[in-house]
Ligand binder design. Structure first.
Ligand code: PLP
Length: 426
């Protein structure tokens, strides 16, 4: 089956609105570590996929999944040691106040549970998000999807504030003044709910603001915003579906970059290295109250095979020192990207956090006009030269790079050299 035939069959069966990457869609057949191979045997360096967190098809994870699948797979309504062992090991990585976990299968489900829990606990309905948010695809979560979900346009129980972006800013403000301006915008959302007679339930943010473009957040903003939300009776939900499990190097969780501990944290994508497992880690009193209100059961969520996969991910992260690798190689990549910024005028801003990078392309450094078509061309050129990246942001002009965690300096050199060549070829 060649790629053209496969594409035609896919269009016939899945339709053309099922999203596909690249002008010429990529037909992948195998993965190993940071590498992917297409149907013609061409090898690609994966600088985009964060789900295969410890590397594509890591033998320890594959072994754990197959051993457990060959022994028993049921669900969380039976006792099973691996489920409890994993819950213990996972919650130990959080602040003492975050001591309970609920398992699910996807990030959307985890956020759905978080919204229900926050609303049930506070008795409120109002949720505050950024004006460029994506947190998943269930109906309630879609209401928070101000980036592109239709439900977000009509709901009354979600309000947004402008993305806290030090690069583009508000009226030239900087530092603490900018943080205050964004915190005031959160306060405006709180006040607007009050004026509407809608009680606040909380704020839901990805602490990295990953889908918003991996923002460089004005220092103090998150702490101030959370303080205002709590003062108005709401809770703080941190969506760690993208940034969790050490992606940002210094900490296990992205919210730890700020001096504000969430009430609820949601996990997903990298948790099972591709095996579908997600979770909600929250305050014990909130989980208790939620459970007393109505039973939550998820047939597949946190089953023994899923927990074996997730446990194996923690093993590899620890044994292979992958958080330190994210910090060390991350800094190396970031330095290289800043060198490219000095060479190529189209790079307006470089942002990095561990092994997470955003490169914002602009046509003019002064006006910051978004170079969206250039970004699109660039990721296709990179693909042709064997390096996979993507783009995000309000204008789709921000290169997004989030490689598997075993990314090495050699891999970084290949990324930087290919990016240099493609920028020159634009
Ligand atoms: C920050 C964030 N939260 C939640 C989700 C939803 O996760 P899932 O696709 O597993 O439902 C995503 C998916 O892209 C995400 O980026």
């Amino acid at each position: 089956m060649n790629t053209e035939q496969l594409l035609a069959r896919r269009y016939r069966l899945l339709g053309k609105s099922a999203p596909l990457f690249y002008e010429r869609p990529l037909h992948l057949v195998r993965g190993e570590g940071v590498w992917l191979w297409d149907a013609e045997g061409k090898r690609y360096l994966d600088v985009y996929n964060n789900v295969p967190h410890v590397g594509h098809c890591h033998p320890h994870v594959v072994g754990a999944i197959s051993a457990q699948a060959a022994t028993l797979n049921t669900h969380t309504r039976y006792l099973h040691e691996t489920i409890v062992n994993y819950a213990e090991r996972l919650t130990a990585k959080f602040d003492d106040s975050l001591s309970r976990v609920i398992f699910a299968c996807t990030g959307s489900e985890a956020n759905e549970v978080a919204l229900r829990m926050a609303r049930q606990f506070t008795g409120g309905q109002g949720i505050i998000v950024t004006d460029l948010a994506y947190h998943g695809n269930t109906e309630a979560v879609a209401e928070t999807g101000t980036a592109f979900m239709p439900e977000a346009r009509t709901t009354r129980r979600v309000r947004s504030f402008p993305i806290p972006d030090s690069y583009r800013g508000i009226h030239g403000l900087q530092g603490a003044a900018l943080a205050d301006a964004y915190a005031d915008a959160v306060q405006s959302a709180i006040d607007a709910f009050a004026a509407d007679g809608i009680k606040l339930a909380g704020i839901l943010i990805c602490p990295d603001f990953a889908n918003e473009g991996l923002l460089n957040v004005p220092q103090g903003f998150v702490e101030k915003a959370v303080r205002r939300v709590r003062a108005a009776g709401g809770v703080y939900i941190a969506d760690e579906v993208q940034g969790g499990f050490g992606r940002t190097g210094k900490h296990w969780w992205s919210h730890q970059w700020y001096a504000a501990t969430p009430d609820i944290v949601t996990l997903g994508k990298p948790m099972g290295n591709g095996h579908p497992i997600s979770g909600v880690v929250a305050r014990a009193d909130m989980v208790e109250q939620f459970g007393a209100w109505g039973m939550y059961f998820n047939t597949f969520g946190g089953n023994p095979v899923s927990c074996a996969a997730a446990m194996a991910v923690l093993d590899v992260l620890e044994r292979e020192n992958l958080l330190d690798n994210a910090t060390g190689v991350g800094a190396y990549v970031a330095a290289g990207l800043r060198r490219l910024q000095r060479k190529h005028a189209i790079i307006g801003d470089v942002r990095d956090k561990g092994l997470f990078f955003a490169v914002e392309l602009v046509r003019d450094i002064g006006s910051k006009e978004a170079a969206d078509t250039e970004a699109d061309r660039l990721i296709n050129l990179m693909r042709d030269r064997g390096v996979l990246i993507s783009r995000v942001g309000r204008y789709d002009n921000i290169l997004k790079m989030r490689p598997p965690m075993p990314f090495s300096r050699d891999n970084a050199d290949q990324l930087l050299q290919t990016l240099d060549e493609c920028l020159a070829a634009l």
